[in-house]
Design a binder for this molecule. Sequence first.
Ligand code: NIG
Ligand code: FE
Length: 429
Amino acid sequence: MAAWRRLAPGGGIGGGSTGVTGDRVTGDVATMVVVNIGQLVTGNPRLPAPGLVEDAVLAASGDRLIYAGPAAGLDVATGPETVEVDAHRAAVIPGFVDAHTHVVWLGERSEEYALRAAGASYEEIAEKGGGIRSTVAATAAGTLDELIAATRERARRMLRLGTTTVEVKSGYGQSLGAELRQLRAARALGEEADLPDVVTTYLPLHGLPDGDRAAYLEGVLGEGLPAAASLAGFVDCFCETGAWGVDECERLLVAARAHGLRAKVHADQRSHSGGSALAARVGAISADHLDHATDEDLRALAVAGVTGVLLPGASMVLGGPPPPGRRLLDAGATIALATDCNPGTCWCESMPLMVSLGVATAGLTPAEALLAATAGGAAALGLTDRGRLLPGLRCDALVLETPKWLDVGYHLGADPVSQVIVAGRLVRP
Ligand code: NIG
Ligand code: FE
């Protein structure tokens, strides 16, 4: 177990200087240093994958890193408020960026889990009124406080397992008010101390509405998008046979541009329904799932600069094809790994487990999987200030329990994280 202490007033590590030099920003007094790091995963592509430095130190000033590199090269000033974290030779990696979740929900669907185990399909359960519809009924009826309380528990588990930034979608409201309430709940949690940073996505085309779908879509375009624009950074749609069609999704994604909402697509998850091609066509920031995407689809995503978000937990639970991790990389695309945390297809808060599954099922090397869960997640959210441990970026870092970063994926189903640092602050000491 790593330990931390405050450094003595007026202390210093190295000589102290000012200016910017290579892998450090100097001139600022460090507010936190993480010393005695056996292996540091920086994500720096110029270093051996996954951006590895041995015998390393991190230093932050406020929420930003000012040094991330060999202990021998450290040269920052410290002051009375500098907190020292001793990693005791454990590995340190960037905080996980979980770029796809539906974590705001009420109710539960354990019966469906048992029904699927007995042979019922996800689609059969949905046709009988279960599935997304069942979670909408429970979630839309909840108050803001109930949504926040239920989600806080899940967000705490995420943080304990090393998630320092989480994307949260609406999609279980299906009326304007209930969708916005989900987004407000997510944003309220993002304001709380000791929880992951939150990025929000408006997902109005998820399950099908009870009434006229055309009228519902018009309402989303006319009222939903303007109202959601101040609460979300992205818009998303479930482009799938039995859910929303390519044309309906395209209208949403194109209209959303005028409101500053960038597109995401649940694409080719359960069938080859055209979501990947749509994501490439509209220049989405990410296309997610992709289990049934063809090689042509994956090339189109790569050419269009769309990040492919792999959700191996949902793929495994639903018994579908594995996510196309290797194929996406071969096509030249950027990839992310995420949990998809939701009550139907993958109740899981663990990014370490997604790293394991990315290696075991999606054809990724351990280094590719770790980068997909950190820098890849940041790319899927358009966040250029995090996902790697480099000077100038946010200090979102995890001290592991063990000396080897490989243990994140290797130790299946474990909690490999000892300490969590969010924006230069120790939140899981
Ligand atoms: O990403 N596919 C659509 N949405 C979720 C599942 C939602 C649910 O079943 O409640 C997913 O897998
Ligand atoms: Fe999803």
